[in-house]
Write a protein that binds this ligand. Structure first.
Ligand code: HAM
Length: 420
């Protein structure tokens, strides 16, 4: 029988490199935990309608990339392609916004699914760590999120990234701009599909990567020139707060995100070592989303950073995270009696918080020492019948090769001292 393989567009996280993924998730989460964000976990699938209405009927995510299916019970569900709609749905359902304590600040970490054409940095199953601040309109909140994402990347040692910033306006000014843009676009030489896009989502046309389209877009009306006073002031404040925090950004009047819910502040973190899939994270304000999914008006802002692409960015910059070895002590028993005694010591060490592993399967000394070295442990604990008869075990420093006999009941203390 042939063996199975991971489905197209997916890959497995396996040791030792999986440790880097965990560390990246942790590095992104740490500044959020430190800034009042509470952890939220929602199901891997939702009612398909939530994404259709939330992310937007005209987006690629909803029309082409969603893993939508009908259950045997007739429910129409979809694997989540992103985390914002689910998080807001959950917050509304739990009435978190009614606690009189806005904004509701939440962070999450998990798997997301998009049926995309796979390539490096673009997968059908990928991981995000995200943050959402729900229910408050305050430029400081937009700035906070951008500052925290920046802090996460810096803490990982990344430096070859840029922050692109834009404002998409609000329900006052965007419709006026949209109409002006549509007028302009209708006069261009475009294919059928792009023409259709003009009517549904004209801003996305600005994002078209094709040279033939970009050439014609020179002179297109820019949203920047249509922003209402309130949006302009708001955006200026976000910019000032970022500057005051020493966070460099680039104004990108063409930044249009791939999800429909954005209003005002939008931003993307792009890494210059990643080729075409350069967006390592993105987000923005979504003041109308709550109402779009049946909730009250709750102006909100958030972002999601891609874990997979952040790991690729580390590779691109040649950064190896300084991760502690998974195992500190490796126990090697020689003989049956030693197995029993050392296994007890392993449990004791673990309870004392020392990362310890054991040579299972009755390996001989040579093999067991090989495993000890491979485990990355600093110390080996070796015991044979003769040692035990004297109430001793051998504590071997695997770096220096130095070996000392230690009394059985002093093992935990001696190991602690040696590791300190
Ligand atoms: P997004 O820009 O669609 O935004 O995704 C955020 C990040 O997830 C991207 O910058 C990228 O790093 C990663 N990502 C997306 N698709 C893939 C893929 N197919 N393979 C690998 N990585 C991928 C959102 O998802 C919004 N929910 C962000 C947000 C939160 N806006 C407001 N709050």
């Amino acid at each position: 029988m042939s063996t199975f393989q991971a489905p197209k567009g997916t890959y497995d996280l396996i040791p030792p490199s999986s440790a880097t993924y965990l560390a990246v998730r942790e590095a992104i989460a740490a500044p959020l935990r430190n800034s009042g964000y509470g952890y939220i976990e929602t199901p891997g699938f939702e009612n398909v309608e939530l994404f259709a209405r939330g992310v937007g009927e005209s987006t690629d995510i909803v029309t082409k990339e969603m893993y939508a299916f009908e259950t045997k019970g007739g429910d129409k569900l979809a694997l989540r392609p992103e985390g914002t709609a689910s998080t807001l749905r959950a917050a509304l359902e739990a009435n978190l916004h009614k606690g009189g304590n806005l904004p509701v600040k939440l962070w999450y970490s998990g798997s997301y699914y998009r049926y995309e054409r796979p390539q490096k940095g673009r997968y059908r199953h990928f991981s995000q760590v995200g943050a959402e601040a729900i229910g408050v309109e305050d430029p400081a909140l937009d700035a906070e999120l951008i500052i925290l994402a920046n802090q996460s990347y810096r803490s990982l040692g990344l430096s070859d990234f840029r922050i692109l910033l834009n404002s998409l306006g609000d329900q006052e000014c965007r419709p006026v701009y949209r109409a002006a843009l549509q007028d302009f676009l209708r006069g261009l030489e475009l294919d059928e599909e792009t023409r259709r896009r003009i009517e549904i989502n004209p801003l996305r046309v600005l994002d078209d990567k094709r040279e033939s389209v970009q050439e014609q877009l020179i002179g297109a009306p820019m949203l920047r020139d249509y922003l209402c006073e309130a949006c302009k002031t708001y955006h200026e404040q976000v910019r000032e707060l970022l500057t005051a925090a020493g966070v460099a950004f680039e104004d990108d009047p063409k930044l249009v995100r791939g999800l429909d819910y954005y209003t005002r502040t939008t931003f993307e973190f792009v890494h210059d070592g990643l080729g075409s899939q350069s967006a390592v994270g993105g987000g923005g304000r979504y003041d109308g989303l709550s109402e779009m999914i049946g909730g009250p008006a709750l102006p909100s802002v958030g972002w999601a950073l891609g874990v997979d692409r952040t790991v690729l960015a580390l590779e691109a910059e040649g950064i190896t995270l300084d991760l502690p070895a998974a195992t500190s002590v490796y126990a090697v028993p020689l003989g049956e009696e030693a197995r029993r005694v050392l296994f007890g010591k392993v449990t004791e060490l673990r309870l004392a918080g020392v990362a310890t592993d054991f040579a299972y399967g009755g390996k001989g000394l040579k093999n067991a020492m090989k495993s000890a070295n491979r485990s990355g442990a600093r110390l080996a604990l070796v015991a044979g019948e003769r040692d035990l008869a004297e109430g001793l075990v051998q504590l071997k420093d695997l770096q220096s090769g130095e070996q000392t006999a230690v009394a059985l009941d002093a093992v935990v203390d001696e190991v602690r001292r040696a590791l300190a």
